[in-house]
Design a protein around this ligand. Structure first.
Ligand code: UD1
Ligand code: UDP
Length: 352
């Protein structure tokens, strides 16, 4: 069986690492990097740390508007599918690389398998929500991480080809937890366990709105002792809005970190403040209280279980949550036990 995998953005490299390893035990994988993320600390670093095989192709698409970026990926992936003639195209998550891979394959009648199918924030203003819905509706195999995802698909009439696999991010986290513990980053930054908060911000709805970005900077400054590995999009927008210096005065801003360093920062934080999807899940799995600076989340279980609270981008709400939010309930293995990659490969194998 020959699988063509499409990745392009940071979280997809992390998700594909365990699946790629499981897949290559018995099958051929052609790895395509769209080039959506290209800075070393947003791309190559993950391939090295997670020992992901070098991509067979890098389309080098880079940044752009949604139409230009997705369109260029679509054309490039189509050429590669025609050349490689895979049995199946595997896509991950909800980025423009995901949609381009799924659409290119579906139009060529090549089966599409979607890892992280069925996630919904029910907010169509998010580019990711459009990518999720469209990708699911042109996928043949829907690899759902949670029961909620399976239910979301059923509500949209998608029941065939759906498999509940658990979440591959749990596999990646468990595979790397021990290595992450050896990271010296906390010492290097002079951080003490549970005495700092970790923040990440990159969601377009927050970064591209000067009012929201200003409010987030104000809140993080007010909370104090916050470390923020800064996504390049956020750095660009902070500079563009003239907020960069103010943000650096109030918040410990560092470059984006590798996966092992990120796991180390997350595991020892007192709290995590984020608008990331993956970071919300990792906070839950690691048992760190999470404050999500968004109005909605696709990872609803983390909120229902009492470990995550949605606060939007109102600075006072963020500060209040940072001071008051204490999870009271236990956690369960609702994202799976770390065997999602094996289940995904089995599902693809039995489908082809
Ligand atoms: C993308 C995904 C988002 C995901 C995120 C993970 C879409 C629509 N969005 O958002 O769902 O959560 O990746 O991190 O696919 N940039 C650099 N260097 C890089 C990459 C980006 O400087 O290596 C800057 C560029 O200015 C670029 C901006 O970041 O314009 C945004 O990059 P883009 O890939 O369009 O979207 P993300 O915000 O990264
Ligand atoms: N991450 C990382 N370094 C960072 C920030 C995030 O390794 O500086 C990891 C994080 O641990 C998680 C993934 O990147 O596994 C989440 O990606 P991101 O927040 O970029 O995207 P999202 O999950 O929101 O799509």
């Amino acid at each position: 069986m020959k699988i063509l995998t499409v990745v392009g953005a940071r979280p997809q490299f992390i998700k594909c690492a365990p699946v790629s390893r499981a897949l290559r035990k018995e099958h051929e994988e052609v790895l395509v990097h769209t080039g959506q993320h290209y800075d070393r600390e947003m791309s190559d670093l993950f391939f090295e740390e997670l020992r992901i095989p070098r991509p067979d192709y890098n389309l080098g698409i880079g940044s752009g508007t949604h139409g230009h970026q997705t369109g260029a990926m679509l054309a490039g992936i189509e050429d590669l599918i025609l050349k490689e003639e895979p049995n199946c195209v595997l896509v991950y998550g909800d980025t423009n690389s995901t949609l381009a891979g799924a659409l290119a394959a579906a139009k060529l009648h090549v089966p599409v398998a979607h890892v992280e199918a069925g996630l919904r924030s029910f907010d169509r203003r998010m580019p990711e929500e459009i990518n999720r819905v469209l990708t699911d509706h042109c996928s043949d195999l829907l690899l759902a991480p949670t029961e909620t995802a399976v239910e979301n698909l059923a509500r949209e009439g998608i029941t065939g080809g759906v498999h509940l696999t658990g979440d591959v991010m749990v596999d990646a986290l468990l595979d790397n937890a021990e290595l992450a513990r050896r990271s010296s980053l906390l010492d290097d930054l002079g951080l003490t366990t549970r005495e700092y908060r970790l923040a990440t911000v990159h969601r377009a709805e927050n970064t591209d709105d000067p009012t929201k970005l200003t409010a987030i900077v104000r809140a993080l400054t007010e909370i104090g002792n916050v470390v923020l590995p800064c996504h390049p999009r956020t750095e660009k927008m902070l500079k563009g809005f003239g907020l960069w210096e103010e943000a650096n005065e109030g918040v410990r801003i560092i470059s984006p970190v590798g996966y092992l360093e990120m796991l180390a920062l997350e595991a020892d934080a007192a709290q995590i403040l984020t608008d990331s999807g993956g970071v919300q899940k990792e906070a839950y799995v690691l048992g760190v209280p999470c404050i999500t600076m968004r109005e909605s989340t696709e990872w609803v279980e983390t909120v229902q279980d009492g470990w995550n609270v949605l606060v939007g981008s109102d600075w006072q709400e963020i500060v209040r949550a940072a001071r008051e939010f204490v999870p009271e309930s236990g956690r369960s293995d609702l994202f799976g036990k770390g065997d999602a990659a094996v289940k995904i490969v089995q599902a693809v194998q039995s489908f082809i």
